[in-house]
Design a protein around this ligand. Structure first.
Ligand SMILES: Cc1ncc(COP(=O)(O)O)c(C=O)c1O
Length: 382
């Protein structure tokens, strides 16, 4: 099979599974337990945290474990709202955020917070000038994703960071769930960012584990209260096997990152350059440095996205309609809507999303199948 749905989830790496299994069977104590067995677990927890911090060039205390991207996004957005409610109730975000951010904003709007949704251009990118224009004295948070999960556009994070230098009290959050390991660490870990969300299952760690980066001195209220784990900020017994596995997965991801990114870019380019000249194809991802190397979104006019997905599936090739979250609900892509793509075309959109293990040979097979399907669709439509 050819798996081109890595933005939905990735396969757990064998060595990560090995770590998960070993920790589950040998260091399965509770890190909060007083006895030696608990201490072993605690030590491994902090060792994993240190590994992640070292890999990202941040401090140990700035890494906080979560259950994944959704929790990280909810925590930073709502945790900021709770922490800073006395100072202001205005939040700025983009109109192409993942539902984990967008729906958190909607919930806050119902509680009386005011949300400014920034428009995007035809590449799905916001402008730093719009961020600046939207800032008010009561703005408490700017939340903008690193890489859009539907079309792959990279937001101008450095420009936004530059704008926010003049507003040190506003929290700056980046959802980097789709951005880690994609050659843009300098954009994500810019000198102004306060909070960053990560999710393990997008880089070959198990589901249900993730972490946030929280800059020293920047505070968000806890959403999970209880036993006081994670420095009293996120209660719940730690998922140590998954945490240790995730630390290993991150090390694997960031080893030879440049080579992996170049490979993804080449595989994506092979497909993009093949399909771009077909008259009924519309590309939403471009081959330029405004786009991440692993996501390619396109439509075949007149054919529904679901039909395209299942047609490829019949050839053992797995792609998706624009996002895993929207696909089963048959929702039109929110990103494409914000990019002002008419529904008639956006309902024909599909996403190919790669990881570092995909090959040019797989791209060639995809292209051959594409040719066959395109002819079939043309016949049916005529
Ligand atoms: C950009 C982005 N943010 C957040 C999430 C949610 O992450 P998780 O599946 O770990 O909850 C996803 C998942 O697709 C995503 O693509």
């Amino acid at each position: 099979m050819i798996y081109f749905d890595n933005s939905a989830t990735t396969k757990v790496a064998p060595s990560v599974l090995e770590t998960y299994s070993k920790v589950s069977q040998t260091i399965w104590g509770n890190p909060s337990s007083l006895h030696n067995f608990g201490e072993q677990a605690y030590n491994l927890l902090e060792q994993s945290r240190q590994q992640i911090a070292d890999l990202l060039g941040v401090k140990l205390s700035e890494i906080l474990f979560t259950s994944g991207g959704t929790e990280g996004d909810n925590w930073v957005v709502k945790g900021t709202a709770m922490e800073k409610r006395a100072f202001g109730r205005h939040i700025i975000t983009s109109s192409v955020e993942h539902p984990a951010v967008h729906n958190s904003m909607e919930q806050l709007a119902q509680l009386g917070y005011e949300i400014t949704y920034l428009p995007v251009d035809e590449e799905g990118r916001v402008s730093a000038a719009d961020v600046k224009a939207a800032i008010r004295p009561d703005t408490i948070l700017v939340s903008v994703m690193a890489v859009n999960n539907e079309v792959g556009s990279i937001q101008p994070l450095k420009d936004i960071a530059a704008v926010l230098q003049d507003y040190p009290t506003i929290h700056f959050h980046i959802d980097a769930v789709q951005g880690i390991g994609k050659g843009i660490s300098d954009l994500i870990f810019n000198d102004r960012v306060d909070f960053i969300t990560f999710s393990g299952h997008k880089f070959h760690a198990p589901r249900g584990i993730g972490f946030i980066y929280a800059r020293s001195g920047k505070r968000i209220a806890p959403l999970m209260t209880g036993g006081g784990q994670e420095r009293n900020l996120r209660s719940g017994t730690e998922n140590l096997p998954a945490i240790a596995g995730m630390a290993r997965a991150l090390r694997l991801l960031l080893t030879n990152e440049e080579t992996k990114v170049a490979n993804e870019r080449a595989v994506r380019g092979r497909i993009l350059n093949h399909i771009k000249d077909f008259p009924k194809v519309t590309l939403f991802s471009q081959d330029n440095d405004h786009f991440a190397p692993h996501i390619l979104c396109f439509a075949i006019e007149g054919v529904r996205g679901e039909t395209i997905v299942h047609a490829f599936e019949d050839h053992d090739i797995y792609i998706s309609t624009t996002s895993a979250c929207s696909s089963k609900k048959h929702l039109a892509s929110s990103t494409l809507k914000a990019m002002k793509v008419p529904d008639q075309i956006s309902t024909s959109a599909v996403r190919v999303s790669l990881d570092e293990n995909n090959t040019l040979a797989e791209a060639d097979t995809f292209n051959q199948v594409f040719d066959q399907l395109y002819e079939q669709f043309k016949k049916i439509n005529s």
